[in-house]
Design a protein around this ligand. Structure first.
Ligand code: 5GP
Length: 139
């Protein structure tokens, strides 16, 4: 298992060293907009406690993490007026993981609308902000 690198991008977001479009935060977790969304409203939830992925996480992170995933997923569905929600979580480069701090993807879905490419195209900051506002209003 790869060692945790405290300079990964999500660790920097947690320390406030780089900005993010925040949706929700509590003692154990942070939720913010994915910068390369696979669908409008694509949100990430991360535990504050460091681990590279689910496989090396302390099991104590899962209850607060998935409580936040449920809370934020409900708000994403309502705020984005989605038909459904896809939840994904990748472990290791072979599985498609690109950032090595445990995170859960919350991706709104609409009937007949295909997902965009994973970590494909950067979204405009004002678009991410507008989506975050809708989600925050629904929290
Ligand atoms: P992974 O491939 O590791 O499951 O997902 C990492 C996700 O983080 C990707 O969906 C990618 O678009 C997103 N991402 C990468 N860099 C940044 C960043 O600097 N800020 C934000 N908000 N998302 C990022």
């Amino acid at each position: 298992m790869t060692a945790y690198d405290s300079n990964n991008i999500f660790a920097k977001i947690l320390r406030g060293e780089i900005p993010c479009t925040k949706v929700y935060e509590d003692e154990h977790t942070l939720a913010f907009m994915d910068i390369m969304p696979q669908a409008d409203g694509h949100t990430l939830v991360i535990p504050k406690k460091p681990s590279t992925m689910l496989l090396d996480a302390d099991a104590s992170v899962f209850a607060p993490l998935f409580a936040s995933v449920q809370k934020v997923a409900r708000a994403v569905k309502a705020g984005m007026n989605a038909d459904g929600i896809t939840i994904t979580q990748f472990n290791g480069p072979a599985a498609g993981q690109t950032v090595f701090h445990l995170h859960v993807h919350i991706i709104p879905r609409w009937e007949g609308v295909a997902l965009r490419k994973h970590a494909g195209q950067m979204e405009q900051a004002d678009v991410l902000k507008a989506h975050a506002e809708k989600i925050k209003e629904a929290l």
